[in-house]
Design a protein around this ligand. Structure first.
Ligand code: ZN
Length: 663
């Protein structure tokens, strides 16, 4: 007989779910832990001589859950903007707020908040992707959680890098600094194929291969993304990233909602892990990933919460249940993704998706002591049937709640005992989070006060205040105008033709002015489209002054329209929308040494008889405005036109009398 083996801590009287390859369950067993690792599980463990023991009182002891995809610091942006389309949510709210607020301090606070929430729901390991990832790593290590921490690289400027080259340098320095850490596995995180260039994808893969660390990316999340990939590159997401060398690295791909069978096989062949994010995919209406098929083909699929801004919590119990239910509902098959498989995805298979299953994900000798104690004897989980030992999986997946988690240990260190967090000051955290939310509220509040501020906030709005004298008239025929333009009195400097589609948006408060979204199609002599551009113009409703029949206007703010009309409509939420389509002939003319624009318009929508004439000129002073107004009056006489003031500052009023589209 040899000496009795000893351990630091022995958990006894535990209902152990190992989640090992045999799915061993020990109805009443022990877990022996020494230092950061498990040394024995089950009946073997009970032979150990322990420095300390903990009687688990028959509660379940199982591996800590693995949150396979998240953006932990975004817990501070939870509930900031909801029920919006992805682009409005991302570019209208998340990115402007991130540009303004995301600092290492913000990231540390957000990570502590997110980690506290995850520990409470039995999570011991997570895969993150964010900015200032060293701050995520520091905070997570401080709290005592295990993390695959991905430093984001994007092709445009981010809160932590002015260029992608700087982003790549940051990623390299981060990986160099954290490789070999007992809790943190550093990784490069090229954000997504559509936000990265092929060079970024390749460089990140090379970086990951050089340090033998995983690579974290978003892949094939939306149908639009995949359609655009097909149009631009002639192939969907997986073959595209493969072409650019991504699978030279150990890949963790988040989402993979829109992948076909061939792509799933490729993911399997390259040993890429997939993070399934059911709540986020449902909330942003991205779709439902073909998880049952992925499992069938042997892909390592984990479950993730995604960031708290798109979920809106980090509750892995809820996520695991949803993964099982969605697979059944979409397959029309109640046997799809049974409870045991769902729990496997949340533990060992998730760890394998992160390429970290040698460390965590199951209770086996040699693995780190990452575990939780779960109470399955509360009212909502009773009664319990003992006939089938495997029924415990269903009790956990379909019935247990994150609030049933009693104790959590990571790397041999208790993070929560009796539902009290041991490594985070919860009260302080809540105060700091509330204070941060107040600052963000103030920032967004100041932006919401006016349409102009919102226009500036969404990026790129150029404040171009200008003054303009102008007059409008209705004509039965275009003949006299064309005749006058051909005459000797006028010199034509430039002539062009357009088809213009205008959307006029107005707001409850008329002082906000009117926003016009214009699609300009430049036409050649035969009416073919030779160019296109989109612009946003904010028009104040104030007429500054009048000189006889000529009106002086002020306040126009112009911005190139980088997004679709639909984006701006959902972002600005106007109370009314009017549509105007017209064909415009435009001349820049010189008359008595002064330049004027002459527009001759024919309205297609609302369909209107006859023609509209507009004469306008930029102006800088009251005196200049008066002088130009006098010349405009002469031009009107030359064109034999009578001014029509009811046309106001555009065709919007005319359209308003006709058709109104609800916003
Ligand atoms: Zn994500």
């Amino acid at each position: 007989m040899g000496a009795v083996a000893s351990c630091d801590l022995l958990l006894t009287n535990a209902h152990i779910l190992t989640m090992d390859r045999e799915f061993s369950i020990h109805r009443s067993g022990g877990v022996a832990i020494t230092g950061d690792s498990i040394v024995a599980v089950g009946p073997d463990a009970l032979a150990f001589e322990a420095a300390a023991t903990l009687d688990c009182g028959g509660r379940v002891v199982m591996p800590g859950l693995v949150n396979a995809h998240t953006h932990v610091p975004m817990s501070l942006l939870r509930g900031l903007a909801d029920d919006l389309r992805l682009d409005v949510w991302l570019m209208g709210y998340m990115m402007p707020v991130e540009r303004e607020f995301v600092t290492p301090e913000f990231v540390r606070l957000g990570t502590r908040l997110g980690c506290a929430e995850m520990i409470r729901s039995g999570v011991t390991c997570f895969a993150d992707m964010y900015y200032f990832e060293e701050a995520v790593a520091e905070a997570a290590a401080d709290v005592g959680m295990r993390g695959l921490c991905g430093q984001t690289v994007l092709r445009f400027p981010t809160p932590d890098a002015r260029s992608y080259e700087e982003g790549l340098t940051r990623a390299r320095e981060f990986i160099q600094g954290w490789t070999g850490h007992p809790l943190i596995v550093p990784a490069p995180a090229p954000h997504a194929p559509y936000t990265c260039t092929p060079e970024i994808l390749r460089s990140c893969a090379e970086l990951a291969a050089e340090f033998d660390v995983p690579l974290h990316i978003h892949l094939s999340e939306t149908l639009l993304e995949v359609q655009e990939s097909r149009e631009r590159h002639g192939m969907p997401g997986v073959p595209y990233v493969r072409k650019h060398g991504l699978f030279d690295a150990k890949v963790l791909a988040a989402h993979c909602v829109h992948v076909d069978d061939g792509e799933i096989r490729a993911l399997k062949n390259f040993d890429a892990g997939v993070a399934h994010n059911p709540s986020s995919n449902l909330k942003l209406a991205a779709g439902i990933a073909p998880v049952a098929r992925m499992l069938e083909l042997g892909v390592n699929v984990g479950i993730g919460t995604d960031g708290a801004a798109s979920n809106n919590d980090l509750d892995m119990f809820e996520e695991t249940r949803l993964a099982a239910l969605l697979a059944k509902g979409t397959q029309g098959d109640p046997t799809a993704v049974p409870a045991r498989d769902a729990l496997l995805m949340a533990t060992r298979l998730g760890a394998a998706a992160l390429h970290m299953d040698h460390l965590t994900g199951s209770l086996e000798p040699g693995k780190r002591a990452d575990l939780m104690v779960l109470d399955v004897s509360r009212l909502h989980n009773l009664p319990a049937f003992a006939r089938d030992p495997a029924a415990i999986y269903a009790r956990i997946v379909y019935t247990s709640k994150s609030t049933d988690v009693v104790d959590v240990m990571c790397n041999g260190r208790w993070l929560m005992r009796d539902r009290v967090l041991l490594t985070v000051d919860e009260g302080e955290l809540m105060r700091e989070a509330a204070e941060r939310a107040h600052r963000i509220d103030t920032f967004l509040g100041s932006r919401e006060v006016s349409v102009l501020q919102k226009l500036v906030a969404v990026g790129g709005a150029v404040e171009q205040e200008s003054f303009e004298v102008q007059v409008k008239a209705r004509l039965a025929s275009e003949a006299r105008v064309l005749e006058a333009l051909a005459g000797r009195e006028l010199t034509i400097i430039r002539a062009s033709r357009y088809r213009q589609h205008d959307l006029y948006w107005s707001f409850d408060d008329p002082d906000q002015g009117r926003l016009r979204y214009r699609d300009d199609e430049l036409l050649d002599d035969r009416g073919a489209v030779t160019g296109e551009r989109s612009r946003l113009t904010l028009t104040g409703r104030t007429r500054e002054d009048r000189f006889g029949e000529v009106l002086l206007f002020r306040s126009r703010y112009l911005a190139p329209a980088a997004h679709s009309a639909r984006f701006y409509r959902e972002y600005f939420r106007p109370t009314a929308e009017h549509v105007v389509t017209k064909e415009r002939r435009r001349w820049l003319v010189a008359y008595r040494g002064v330049e004027f624009y002459v527009h001759l318009d024919r309205l297609i929508e609302p369909a209107t008889e006859g023609y509209f004439l507009e004469i306008k000129s930029r102006t800088w002073s009251q005196r200049d405005a008066r002088d130009k107004s006098a010349i405009i009056a002469e031009l009107l006489a030359l064109f034999e036109a009578t001014p029509d003031e009811t046309l106001g500052d555009g065709y919007a009023e005319l359209a308003a009398r006709g058709r109104v589209k609800p916003s």
